[in-house]
Design a protein around this ligand. Structure first.
Ligand SMILES: Cc1cc2nc3c(=O)[nH]c(=O)nc-3n(C[C@H](O)[C@H](O)[C@H](O)COP(=O)(O)O)c2cc1C
Length: 187
């Protein structure tokens, strides 16, 4: 019997009406019961600066690190900014990765979903993020991939996924992620 696993969800967009935030909430509903998804907020994290760390980590960093550390797994849901990861998400990754040797990410199974109104579904951000995950020792699910384009027409008024085909693909993605987490989680 698989255990229930907590998943820290990092949303790469900070805007209220974000398609990526909607996607994160939709994925929480489509996920199997063994995964409990919770968004860990990144919008109030001061920019990473090693001098600030030395002087005493800001409360927002400490809280963020604690929330990620407590989770069994990681799910990134992100837009693409200039063919890469938005600065706010990269900052969160940098904050969580330090102090050196105390990263809160290491060894936690992860997955990446990128969402864009454009046709290529945030492919560039998705893969730049994977590059950081290699260094941070986050075993990141390879298949299925999720580059979700056409974001402007994805959701209904309640935040549900309009297209049955897309809903089916995302459900399969979350089922595969649950199996990935079960196979790779510590403990
Ligand atoms: C600074 C900036 C850069 C962007 N660069 C890209 C890009 O490289 N590729 C892309 O598909 N969309 C790009 N966009 C458009 C975003 O995909 C679009 O704003 C999207 O709605 C952001 O995700 P969100 O709805 O979750 O906030 C960019 C938007 C901003 C603000």
């Amino acid at each position: 019997m698989p255990k229930t696993r907590s998943v820290a969800v990092l949303v790469g967009s900070l805007r209220k009406a974000s398609y990526n935030r909607k996607m994160a909430l939709a994925l929480a509903k489509l996920a199997p019961d063994t995964l409990k998804l919770g968004i860990v907020e990144i919008g109030d994290l001061p920019l990473y600066n090693e001098d600030v760390e030395t002087a005493g980590a800001p409360a927002a960093w400490v809280q963020f690190r604690g929330e990620v550390k407590a989770a069994d797994a990681l799910l990134f849901v992100t837009p693409e900014y200039n063919r890469s990861v938005p600065g706010g998400l990269k900052n969160a990754i940098d904050v969580g990765s330090r102090p050196y040797g105390s990263s809160v990410f290491g060894g936690k199974p992860g997955a990446v979903v990128s969402v864009s109104p454009g046709a290529i579904g945030g492919y560039g951000a998705n893969h730049h993020l994977r590059q950081s995950m290699v260094f941070l020792d986050v075993p990141t699910m390879q298949q299925p991939e999720a580059y979700i384009g056409g974001a402007a027409t994805l959701f209904d008024e309640q935040g549900g996924i309009v297209s049955e085909t897309t809903r089916g693909l995302l459900t399969k993605f979350m089922q595969a992620f649950a199996a990935w987490v079960e196979a790779n989680a510590k403990g």
